[in-house]
Design a protein. Structure first.
Length: 590
């Protein structure tokens, strides 16, 4: 869960490296570093966010037109300058950056130490640079080939050597890597967003492909180091641009972008559904597999998919899916949901499903991503770039796509509801002021509980995730009917309860559950549609009116103000809204 970037060209490398790392900081912000080749290899590293590295480079700049950079989310070894990338060998004539995990690094480290190699970090990555130096016999790419054959795990690696001062060599396995060419040279990165402004064409690198970048050439080789054709694609510069444009944080910007993102998604999905190649006639069961927020999107759409397909639909956490040895065959449809399209656990689930003969449909936001490339069919959400770690517009566009898919397969006409959805999301944004006030009431709380029934219970799960991700308040979500089976023991005088009610058929049940916690002294804040709000009378501290929507779209309309609540609570508590502690945006490791 790190970001790598590289540049070879005719201009100072650090300008491109720092620019790319700024756009990759969502992948990790424990530490950062760069290395350039200018006679020798020059490395600068720092602890903390990228601003610290910029300060180091300002005080002690380095020259060179060839370089690699890295922003880190710690897996092996605590955040420190010593553990920051790039890593070098003892002679300091090689430098390496790496995204992923080397699973057999202990074995390799013991072997290298037995041969006299001295390690200077706690990372798994350092074994790569020492192996590279040991395998070098005059060809950097052959040394990388020999090194990769020893590695188990996932990786995207870029390396430079003072013996090949005009070259970067890179390789990938189960970790994203893209190369690009522009007027100023060739670049590589973990994400096209990092380098998009500098390139005119790009190519996604496949597993066990080796890349050799020079200032005037780019060559891609297969595992046997035979050259392969490079499928250059034109860059959509509009799609890779993303600035704050007056917003204080990316999360707030992305929350307010949801009406536009959903409108784009609706227009695109109407066309894409007609082009699906999934054979629904042989489907007997559906499994949705995802992680985190994407998992909640699957839960939100589960009931409608099941009703429309008239087949059982289950939703599973990707990190658990393959390890429980699921029963999957050619009559199954597996839907993989991922914002980045590079989520490691979801990729593993996809490959298992395909190996068992299932049809695989991907719902992703990122074109050219691994999941998009390997699935049988793809439905792209049109959320645009999402920089804030806490996902917002990706979630609502995922639900939009899945609901439209269910309606399409079930022959249901939801066009009128789609026409109104954008306005209803906008109405949710208009609750921003009330969310500021509610955030003031929550800012000193240590525990917050969310309750709901039916699909509102799912909305509570996602709202809970948003609150604890960025405000660090302990929050839990429960189906309201489950309170009596244990959780009500935690309710005491002053405990904040956020209740969500959008289903008129369940409102009387919700009322009873709310009365149960209110009787024990809880402070209850209700988010309800006007039709449901009438049932609650004066039992709540406050009732926030949600826009009325068809039940299958209520998770979209209801989550918007709850996203704003999480944002404002984190802001009031002085938390880093866009880059919360211990989290990274794109989870490319297990």
């Amino acid at each position: 869960m790190c970001g790598i970037v590289g540049y070879v060209g005719c201009k100072p490398a650090t300008d491109f490296l720092v620019s790319g790392l700024k756009r990759l900081e969502y992948r990790g912000y424990d530490s950062a570093g760069v290395a350039t080749v200018n006679g020798a290899i020059h490395v600068r590293r720092s602890l903390g966010k990228l601003a610290a590295l910029e300060a180091v480079l300002s005080e002690n700049p380095i020259a060179g037109n060839v370089g690699i950079g890295h922003t880190r989310w710690a897996t092996h070894g605590k955040p420190s300058v010593a553990n920051a990338h790039p890593h070098q060998n003892e002679a300091m004539d090689f430098a390496v950056v790496h995204n992923g995990i080397i699973e057999n690094y202990i074995e390799l480290k013991n072997e290298l130490q037995a041969s006299g190699v001295i390690f200077s970090s706690e990372t798994d990555t350092e074994v790569i640079v020492h192996l590279l130096a040991a395998n070098y016999q005059g060809s950097l790419i052959e040394a990388m080939q020999a090194t990769v054959e020893r590695l188990l795990g996932s990786f995207a690696i870029a390396a430079v050597s003072s013996d090949a001062p005009d070259t970067i060599v890179a390789v990938k396995k189960e970790s994203p890597l893209v190369i690009g060419k522009g007027a100023d040279g060739f670049l590589l990165a973990s994400d096209v967003y990092a380098i998009g402004e500098h390139i005119d064409a790009l190519c996604y690198v496949d597993d066990f492909q080796f890349v050799e970048l020079k200032s005037s050439s780019c060559t891609v080789y297969d595992r046997a180091l035979e050259p392969v054709f490079i499928n250059w694609q034109e860059v959509d510069h509009h799609a890779v641009q993303n600035e704050l444009v007056g917003y204080p944080h990316y999360m707030l910007k992305e929350i307010f972008e949801q009406p536009e993102a959903i409108a784009r998604t609706i227009a695109h999905t109407k066309v894409a559904l007609e082009q699906l190649t999934i054979d629904t006639s042989i489907i007997e069961a559906v499994t949705i597999v995802a992680c985190g927020t994407a998992y909640h999107a699957g839960l939100a759409a589960n009931a409608m998919l099941e009703q429309m397909l008239n087949h059982p639909v289950r939703v599973e956490v990707a990190s658990e899916f393959r390890y429980r040895k699921p029963i999957i065959n050619s009559h199954h449809l597996v839907i993989i949901i991922s914002q980045s399209g590079e989520t490691a656990d979801s990729i593993a689930a996809l490959r298992l499903a395909k190996a068992e003969g299932a049809q695989v449909l991907a719902v992703v936001n990122t074109k050219g991503s691994t999941i998009a490339r390997e699935a049988d069919s793809v439905l792209y959400t049109q959320a645009g770039i999402e920089v804030a770690v806490a996902s917002t517009k990706a979630y609502t566009t995922q639900i939009t796509v899945l609901t439209m898919l269910a309606a399409y397969w079930g022959g249901a006409d939801i066009s009128a509801a789609l026409d109104k959805l954008i306005h209803q999301v906008q109405r949710g944004l208009e609750l921003d002021g009330q969310m500021m006030d509610l955030a003031e009431a929550l800012k000193y709380e240590q525990d917050v509980y969310y309750i709901g029934r039916g699909v509102d219970a799912v909305t509570g799960m996602e709202a809970t995730l948003k609150l604890k991700e960025i405000s660090y308040i302990h929050a839990e979500s429960y189906p309201a009917g489950e309170l009596k089976h244990g959780t009500i023991a935690l309710i005491e005088n002053g405990t904040p309860i956020i209740a969500i009610a959008t289903d008129s058929e369940l409102v009387e049940k919700m009322k009873s559950n709310i009365e149960e916690v209110a009787a024990r002294g809880a402070k209850v804040y209700i988010f309800a549609t006007p039709a449901c709000a009438k049932a609650f009378g004066a039992i709540a501290q406050e009732i926030m009116l949600l826009p009325s929507t068809p039940l299958y779209f209520s998770p979209i309309a209801a989550i918007v103000p709850l996203q704003l609540l999480a944002y404002h609570t984190a802001l009031i508590r002085g938390c880093d809204v866009d880059q919360p502690r211990n989290l990274a945006k794109s989870v490319t490791v297990e």
